[in-house]
Design a protein around this ligand. Structure first.
Ligand SMILES: Cc1cc2nc3c(=O)[nH]c(=O)nc-3n(C[C@H](O)[C@H](O)[C@H](O)COP(=O)(O)OP(=O)(O)OC[C@H]3O[C@@H](n4cnc5c(N)ncnc54)[C@H](O)[C@@H]3O)c2cc1C
Length: 436
């Protein structure tokens, strides 16, 4: 038996299409799959993400056990735990997927400082950040030229899940992670999507067999909820973005869908080059921000009096998810209409989204706020017009705002015109101009 090799799982909680795992399996020794629960990170994580993580780790452990291996769970600082496990097993190398955040960069430095051979692999995106770069500069700042270069890039082949694994004997697997509801931030959404690669693969299959064909026409249909809902599965790597893109690209609807996956890659390559995306303006625009705790609280609770905004914010609390169109509408309402800083809004999203991550979340917040990669930073976002266009019959609003359930059709978007201009009892008057 050769020297063991450690595979450190991070945002890639799956057995399929896992380049780091496949590379480790090509070495002659046994493979030691490991996930390290960092208490500091977990304490700041949304309850919805902690719950998803618990399910994803349990599912990955079962998947690896069925193949003769296991997933070892350790608690503490990642590099310290990897170092300890290497001493215990005699491993001299650790393989992992390359990340893009500041945390991932620090973790890589710390791993290298252990003296182990550290091998990074693609695995988080379709096209790895840095594989397509403009003639001048280290990353694309604008999506359209990125998309053109991205489309022309060949993709690596999707890798199969290993048939069998061999684990050194006598290793303590570590206690399962059963998240305690009293820890973490935000609230646990009553209708959140449960996690794990098995569920994720079933969702992918039903998406490619069903909704994908109409994606191009219906992705902005708010009441139809006609998008894939795979974002959390991609966030935790229960699905490989490359495998999803490969499964979709030649099917009807595939082109439009793969373009959205390219947006995800785009934000990853921006974050790799500008890892301060979650704290600093990508492009400083001299925006004047207002502190308005009352308006911010109303926005968070879905009580702004602007139905389309409130419906989106309540979907977030109910499902730990929000449709992309309402993410844009609610973020624009906060940053443009109320002039409240994008960091305040992103922090609330981050406390509730199951798919919340550094690259997509903050990249999109900055895009919407006009400090990011949008080439039209002063883009107008009129909530009433958006509501009429994307929820013409008011179905989405009535689904999430029960106070407006009695209003028919598009009337749900104008509660302030009800009751001789008094509005609807129990529902607030708009805290800012909802647009006409
Ligand atoms: C303010 C704001 C915050 C956001 N925060 C997040 C976040 O934390 N995590 C996240 O994954 N997405 C985020 N998005 C992007 C997008 O809203 C979600 O990816 C999408 O709504 C997820 O639903 P879906 O899986 O059904 O998407 P689909 O429409 O089915 O798209 C398929 C996949 O493509 C990717 N994708 C789609 N749109 C985008 C986009 N604009 N940017 C990057 N990737 C995209 C996602 O991985 C998504 O799962 C945010 C958008 C806005 C405007």
């Amino acid at each position: 038996m050769g020297t063991p090799v450690i595979v450190l799982f991070t945002q890639d909680l799956r057995p399929h299409d896992h380049p780091a795992l496949s590379a480790a399996l090509r070495a002659p020794g046994p493979v030691v799959p490991l996930f390290v629960l960092e208490p500091g990170l977990l304490a700041r994580a949304a309850r919805n993400r902690r719950a998803y993580l618990g399910e994803a780790l349990a599912d990955l452990r079962s998947g690896l056990r069925e193949r003769g291996g296991d997933l070892l769970l350790r608690r503490g600082d990642t590099a310290t735990e990897v170092g300890k496990l290497a001493r215990e097993t005699g491993a001299r190398a650790v393989h992992l997927s390359a990340g893009v955040s500041r945390f991932a960069a620090r973790r890589l430095d710390d791993l290298r400082a252990t003296g182990l051979e550290v091998c990074t692999h693609p695995g988080l995106t379709v096209v790895p950040p840095g594989d397509v770069t403009p003639a001048s500069g280290d990353h694309y700042k604008v999506f359209t030229p990125y998309w053109r270069a991205w489309e022309a890039e060949p993709w690596r082949a999707v890798l199969p899940a290993p048939e069998s694994l061999e684990l050194p004997e006598g290793l303590d697997p570590g206690a399962p992670f059963t998240p305690d509801d009293s820890a973490g931030v935000g609230s646990l959404a009553p209708e959140r999507q449960a996690g794990g690669w098995t569920r994720a693969r079933a969702r992918l299959r039903s998406w490619t067999d069903g909704g994908l064909a109409d994606y191009g026409d219906r992705n902005d249909d708010l009441p139809g909820a006609a998008t894939s809902r795979l974002s959390a599965d991609l966030r935790f790597g229960c699905l490989s973005a490359l495998e999803v893109a490969t499964a979709a690209r030649d099917l009807p609807g595939g082109d439009a869908y793969v373009r959205q996956l390219a947006w995800r890659d785009f934000h990853h390559q921006v974050t790799a080059a500008f890892p301060w995306i979650n704290t600093r303006d990508y492009r400083a625009r001299d925006r004047e921000w207002r502190r308005d705790p009352e308006a911010l609280a109303a926005w968070k609770e879905g009580r702004t009096g602007v139905p389309i905004v409130d419906a989106g914010m309540r979907q977030l609390l109910r499902e730990g998810f929000m449709h992309n169109r309402t993410r844009m509408i609610t973020a624009a309402f906060l940053t443009r209409t109320l002039s409240v800083h994008w960091r305040e809004g992103a922090a609330h999203f981050d406390a509730h989204l199951t798919d919340g991550d550094v690259a997509n979340e903050y990249g999109n917040w900055q895009w919407t706020a006009g400090t990011g990669n949008d080439t039209r930073p002063n883009r107008a976002f009129n909530p009433s017009r958006q509501a009429r266009r994307f929820d013409p019959e008011g179905v989405y609003v009535r689904r999430y705002v029960p106070e407006l359930a009695e209003l028919s059709g598009a009337g749900a978007h104008r509660p302030w015109t009800e009751g001789d201009g008094e509005g609807v009892e129990g529902y607030p008057a708009p805290i800012a101009d909802p647009g006409r």
